[in-house]
Design a protein around this ligand. Sequence first.
Ligand code: ATR
Length: 273
Amino acid sequence: ADRYAVVGNPIQHSKSPFIHTQFARQTGQIICYEAILAPLDTFRATVDAFRQSGGKGMNITVPFKLEAYTLATNLTERAASAQAVNTFRFEKDGAILGDNTDGAGLVRDIETNLGVPLQNKRLLLLGAGGAAHGVILPLLQKQPAQLTIANRTVGKAQQLARQFADYGRIDTGHFLDFAGEHFDILIHATSAGLQNELPPLPAGIFTDVLLAYDMLYRPQLTPFLQSAQNGGARQVADGTGMLVEQAAESFLLWRGIRPETPAIIQQIRQMQS
Ligand code: ATR
């Protein structure tokens, strides 16, 4: 069986081995997929050892996505623009292809699973850290009417806007700058939710919102999704679908076949509840 793995620190709670094992079963592919804990200072050695032992590809998670970006010898356009890599494919000639499937996973979850096309929609992305950075290109490629990035530190949002200027216009500001504005889709990509916190959002921001999406996945409704629901958002979703869809994109890169995701998304939601 071809070997794959997810590498991170911590890694214990990763759902990737479960997801990829289900994908393999469903598509009749014979692979083995494990979870590897890398010490914080030996990411590179961990990757090399896995490759030397016959590994064909890896997923990379927190906190190694930037290091993975520098280790890759070739980059897909979406990985280059994200400046972060969550998928390696080890090529026969020794090259390491670095890809980033997070944004594609988010877009697919929103459009295909949740049924909300992004084209011509007004999007508000909350946060300007690594998680936000990783999804900007795939969002812009869907040609939304508007992409606005709100962040606690406005300078970081402005930097992203400059960096992606060739791909499309991005408006920026602080969270509270957008009082009275209407957006169709809100995407939460700050790390505030990890502490069960929430960025300060203007009153009324969720009124008639088609979709409030939290990139975090949590057993309970996150503070962001609670506010969204209370504030009148028509649909709310956590990052479970994105998690499974980014995995499906990686599987496609490795195996040339796209697995079906809805049943697995369901299974993970059930495991959590
Ligand atoms: P990640 O990879 O999760 O995006 P990151 O690169 O450290 O992690 O970025 C964290 C993001 O969450 C940033 O947008 C950060 O805002 P700043 O750029 O102003 O630091 C945001 N963030 C973290 N804690 C927050 C909080 N309590 N309130 C609002 N924003 C917060």
